[in-house]
Design a protein around this ligand. Sequence first.
Ligand code: GUN
Length: 299
Amino acid sequence: MNNLFQAERIDGKGFAANLVARLADEVSTIKAKTGLTPGLAVVLIGEDPASRVYVGAKHRQTQEVGMQSFVHKLPTETTQVELMALLDQLNADDAVNGILVQLPLPAHLDTNAVINAIDPAKDVDGFHILNAGRLATGQDALVPCTPLGCLMMLKERLGNLAGLKAVVVGKSNIVGKPMAQLLMGENCTVTVAHSKTQNVPELCRTADILVVAVGRPELVKGDWIKPGAVVIDVGINRVMRDGQSRLVGDVAFAEAGHAAAITPVPGGVGPMTIACLLANTMTAFRRQRNLQPTPAVAG
Ligand code: GUN
């Protein structure tokens, strides 16, 4: 990295810590006022090592904000019928305000059927078809956690996003598509690029806001970035560099010094995702109990 690197590093870690602290305050106020404790159930099927790490982090942080955490670890051989029975039980349980099934699922399970079996009011991932449809049509939805965190950081850095040109690289259901919907909701002019898009570098150079979520280490080079753009790097890729294992994003960070601001990897988008999961659990709890939203963390 040379000394011409002038881009502000967007501190996702600090932003997430702030959000989590506000949520912890809200949980203790709710407990004192109502005697109720918001609860999040996380379902993990199989032995995927990355998923086990993510679920462990979700469990720990849920407890740290004072919510109840219910983790259900099931074997790889779990059948669709068994998983549906567990979801029915969690849907009916008043102590469970949010439900998350960790993805990816083992191949014999039908992911869409599983997601759509979650009560949409408890779907804190925002993946249920009803929440996806509500987001697409500008109605109150539970919104997927990673793009929600990206939007919070963009609004904090830029204020009003209306009229800005946004390019989203990646069209996954988890990040790219909901990110594009959220940015349209803020009246940005949005283009989504993907693996079949022609001349992606030229398209990226038009972006005031560039969000990259493809899972390809350092795909986006410095000359793809317009001077003064705000860059959100969703990628977390483990690579070997000089004989050492390192995490890098989807953007070549060291080449992005002419951006106005960029999220680092690690410490950018990653920490915001679990913070937004907890914020969504609080949103779900409030809606289920007809409580007023707290403006600072309203989803
Ligand atoms: N696997 C990778 N990201 C996610 C996520 O945001 N939610 C769930 N449920 N699984 C994931």
